[in-house]
Design a protein around this ligand. Structure first.
Ligand SMILES: *Cc1c(COP(=O)(O)O)cnc(C)c1O
Length: 386
């Protein structure tokens, strides 16, 4: 029977230490939280600049609701597109140095929608093996052939491109890899895209707001510009709110507006959110102090954490993974930290490859030096005693 099978599969997840559970917060997003009824120091969120609970954004969201109401009422192409959406798209495009942008409800939807709008059966997508799940899903949905290259391996990608005769090709990559924290070789990827006439789609979920001058993102950090570049920024991480945008050359965006099903067949996000996002963009643009604080914490974490049994992966970003390897050991470590009042997520397959389970420490500008010291001290102690 179907239900028996499902229950057996759930039991298997339990046995393999792969069953996921949620914890419930009673306080706003921030390092010091009340979770499942207890006070905890959290290193889990992607709120890299500490904006999710910022009073100015809370006020902007409330003011947005006063001005625009609570919901949008329809999809953007019907009657759910408001003046403040236009304004937000123009500001986002200018901020990342592109002609145009489309604002979507989530990054998952942006990634699910872009590839099927640009490619179809007979075409080819070239994707880094560690790309975010939403990019993989978008590639599958497009029905183009999906060729995955080893993480960051420009030579392997070159060989794949040289043997492809697909009429329409796209290279797709995270800018900052979400479970590793390292950076894609964007300059080399753009050179390859030019040589082989490909789109280059860059998912900057973890770079927007953090990398580059004024937080303009990974492309600005690398000084790259081209009509081939399609930029995806998400707005639920450093921007502290929700949503995402796709930005690029004017005609490319005009086409996406016609063809992106995840934009067309869904209710427009509340215009109040767009108003709050305009306030968030202001804070990001004038956020050098926050970015400097974050970078100081990253340096402190790496300087303090010298490990022998586990491995601190090479990363210069706010994502600092401690690779343990074994699923059960990773879970035991996360539990031991939790028992000490420290919350760090254990990341296991299928989110990361088999045998590379890890703690994903994420740092934010809202943490303090003392918070980081507590975590590094606990990790060093547990490495000896767990
Ligand atoms: C979080 C994330 C997304 C999805 O963005 P949401 O707005 O949360 O749906 C896409 N890509 C990457 C790399 C991410 O980390």
């Amino acid at each position: 029977m179907l239900l028996d099978r499902l229950q057996a599969d759930l039991a298997t997840l339990n046995e393999q230490a792969l069953r996921r559970v949620r914890r419930t917060l009673d306080t706003p997003c921030g390092p010091h939280a009340t979770v499942d009824g207890r006070e905890i120091l959290a290193f889990c969120s992607n709120d890299y600049l500490g904006l999710a609970g910022h009073p100015q954004l809370v006020c902007a969201l409330a003011a947005g609701a006063q001005r625009w109401g609570a919901g949008s009422g329809a999809s953007h192409l019907v009657s759910g597109h408001y003046r403040v959406h236009d304004e937000l798209e123009a500001r986002l495009a200018a901020f990342v140095g592109m002609d145009s942008a489309l604002y979507l409800s989530t990054g998952y939807m942006a990634n699910l929608g872009v590839l099927p709008a640009l490619l179809g059966r007979g075409d080819a997508v070239f994707a880094d093996r560690l790309n975010h799940a939403s990019l993989v899903d978008g590639a599958l949905l497009s029905r183009a052939s999906l060729r995955r290259y080893p993480h960051g391996d420009v030579e392997a990608l070159t060989r794949l491109l040289e043997t492809s005769d697909a009429p329409c090709k796209a290279i797709v990559t995270d800018s900052v890899f979400s479970m590793d924290g390292d950076l894609a070789p964007l300059t080399e990827l753009l050179a390859l895209a030019e040589r082989h006439d490909c789109w280059l789609i860059v998912d900057d979920a973890h770079g927007f707001g953090v990398l580059g001058p004024q937080g303009r993102g990974a492309l600005a950090a690398a000084g790259l510009a081209s009509w081939r570049l399609i930029y995806i920024g998400t707005l639920g991480k450093a921007a502290g709110l929700a949503g995402a945008f796709v930005a690029g050359q004017r005609d490319v965006l005009a086409w996406l507006l016609q063809k992106m099903r995840t934009y067309i067949f869904t209710t427009g996000a509340p215009p109040a959110l767009a108003q709050a996002l305009l306030a968030s963009l202001e804070l990001i643009e004038h956020g050098d102090e926050r970015r400097a604080r974050l970078n100081a914490l990253i340096e402190q974490f790496r300087a303090e954490l010298r490990l022998t049994r586990w491995r601190l992966l090479p990363s210069a970003t706010a994502i600092q993974p401690v690779q343990v390897g074994d699923n059960a050991e990773t879970l035991a470590l996360a539990q031991a930290l939790w028992d000490e009042g420290l919350w760090v997520p254990a990341i296991r397959p299928p989110t990361v490859p088999q045998g590379s389970a890890r703690l994903r420490v994420s740092l934010t500008a809202a943490h303090g030096a003392e918070d980081v010291r507590r975590l590094t001290a606990a990790l060093k102690r547990l490495e000896q005693t767990l």
